[in-house]
Design a protein around this ligand. Structure first.
Ligand code: SF4
Length: 276
C-alpha cells in the first residue's frame, strides 16, 4: 500500500512538473496560485524549505539573508538566479530552526542586525515562514526582519496577513509589477484576472496595522508613464501616504535578468544600452 501510494505521488509530481512554468515568452500565462502550490510541492517539506545559501549583503545598509528557492511569478526582468525556474534542481531543505540559526550566524559574522529571506518568494511555504518569524522574534541578534513579497499570497489569503500582523520585528515590503492587468500578465506571466491580488495585499496590510511600504518596478524602459500614473492612482485610492512614498525600482543587468530577457524576446544589450 505504502509503495503504491509512493508511486502514485511520484507520478502526480512528474505530471505537475511537466506543466510547470519556467521562463516565460511573450503571451505565456498561468494561474499564480496554482503555480504557488506546484512550487510548494517542490520546495517545502513538512515545515522545511529549500535554500541555496545564507550570507549578508550591503542592501538595506547590511542585512543577513537566507536565499530561498521558488516563486509563483515569472517576471521577465527577475534578477534571481536560475533556481527560480528549476527549483527541483537547486538548494536543500532547512527546517525553520536551521534557517534561523544560519541567518543569525550570518548576522553575527557580518555584524548586522537586519534579516530577510530573498531570492524567491518568501511567502511560499507558509508554515516554514511563520515558524521562522516566530523564532526570529526571540533572537536578540536580529532587530528587524524585512519581508519582501510580490503580494500574491497575502492578497489571496487575508488570514496569512493576520498571522504576520502580531510579529513585532516584521516589516513588509510589497513589490508591484504593473499598473494595469494586461501589463501584469505580459510581465509576470500571471493571468490578468490576478492583477488585483497585490493591491488586495496592500489593503489587508493596512487594515491589520502591519508595518510596510510599497515598491514598484516603474523603470521607464519597462513601464510606460501612463501606466505608472495609473499605478500611483490605484495606490492612492487605497492610501495617499503609500502612493507618495512609493519606492520606485530600476532594472539591473544581473545574469538571470539577461537570460530571461533574451528568452522573452527582448535584446538585453539594447535594453540596458538605454538609460532608465
Ligand atoms: S522579480 Fe520577484 S516576483 Fe518576479 S519572478 Fe522574480 S522573485 Fe518572483
Amino acid at each position: 500500500m505504502g509503495s503504491e501510494q509512493g508511486t502514485r505521488e511520484g507520478l502526480e509530481l512528474a505530471r505537475a512538473l511537466s506543466a510547470y512554468p519556467r521562463m516565460i515568452r511573450r503571451g505565456d500565462k498561468f494561474d499564480p496560485i496554482h503555480v504557488a502550490k506546484q512550487t510548494e510541492r517542490i520546495v517545502c517539506r513538512n515545515g522545511a524549505r529549500k535554500y541555496t545559501a545564507f550570507y549578508a549583503t550591503g542592501v538595506y545598509g547590511g542585512i543577513a539573508t537566507g536565499y530561498v528557492v521558488g516563486c509563483c511569478l515569472r517576471c521577465f526582468f527577475c534578477w534571481t538566479d536560475i533556481s527560480r525556474d528549476f527549483p527541483e534542481a537547486y538548494g536543500r531543505c532547512y527546517t525553520a530552526e536551521e534557517a534561523c540559526e544560519n541567518i543569525v550566524k550570518a548576522a553575527r559574522k557580518w555584524r548586522v542586525s537586519k534579516a530577510r529571506i530573498s531570492g524567491g518568494e518568501p511567502t511560499l511555504c507558509r508554515k516554514h515562514l511563520l515558524e521562522l518569524l516566530e523564532l526570529i522574534e526571540e533572537r536578540d541578534e536580529v532587530k528587524l526582519f524585512i519581508l519582501e513579497t510580490n503580494g500574491i499570497l497575502f492578497g489571496a489569503y487575508e488570514s496569512y496577513v493576520k498571522d504576520v500582523a502580531g510579529l513585532k520585528k516584521v516589516y513588509v515590503r510589497v513589490s508591484l509589477k504593473a499598473g494595469e492587468p494586461g501589463a501584469f500578465e505580459a510581465r509576470t506571466g500571471a493571468s490578468r484576472e490576478f492583477f488585483e491580488l497585490p493591491f488586495r495585499a496592500v489593503k489587508a496590510l493596512l487594515d491589520h496595522n502591519v508595518r510596510f511600504h510599497v515598491a514598484a518596478m516603474t523603470d521607464p524602459r519597462i513601464m510606460p508613464p501612463e501606466e505608472r500614473r495609473r499605478l500611483i492612482e490605484r495606490l492612492a485610492e487605497i492610501d495617499e501616504f503609500l502612493a507618495v512614498n512609493l519606492e520606485e525600482e530600476v532594472c539591473d543587468p544581473y545574469e538571470g535578468t539577461l537570460v530571461r530577457m533574451q528568452f522573452y524576446g527582448l535584446d538585453p544589450i539594447e535594453f540596458f544600452g538605454r538609460r532608465p
